[in-house]
Design a protein around this ligand. Structure first.
Ligand SMILES: [Zn+2]
Length: 129
């Protein structure tokens, strides 16, 4: 193998090396654009923050139990419980999207009320003892 004139590359190794080089060149080209990585990161971070803001606004911007309003401690809660399983299945972004589509099953709770609700429902996490 490797001596056939019509083949562009003499061997599989050569072909693979050429393929690796193309991928590396492409990567370097993208990296050398200063906006490339930063843009993507900023966009997705801001996008996520916007989505969350939107969901909080839809849900009334305050804790449904005590009226606490500092969004840093507000959490989206599924009224019927099962939040943890849902979180595992949909991820934070999935839940935010679900709230925006149909907010009725959800409410806002501050971190304190969320823990209290879990304790009342027997959902509390034993790790936290
Ligand atoms: Zn609260």
């Amino acid at each position: 193998m490797g001596t056939l004139g019509w083949r562009k590359y003499g061997s599989d190794e050569e072909r693979d090396e050429a393929r690796r080089k193309r991928a590396r060149d492409r990567h370097n080209r993208l990296k050398s654009n200063p906006n490339y990585v930063e843009d993507r990161r900023t966009t997705s971070r801001e996008f996520r923050r916007d989505m969350r803001r939107q969901a909080l606004t839809i849900l009334g911007d305050v804790c449904g139990r005590c009226g606490f309003s500092d969004e840093r401690a507000l959490q989206i809660d599924h009224r019927d419980g099962g939040g943890r399983q849902e979180h595992a299945e949909m991820g934070a972004r999935g839940i935010i999207r679900a709230v925006i589509e149909d907010p009725l099953p959800y409410q806002l709770l501050c971190a304190n009320c969320n823990w209290i609700k879990r304790a009342e429902n027997g959902e509390e996490h034993r790790e936290g003892l």
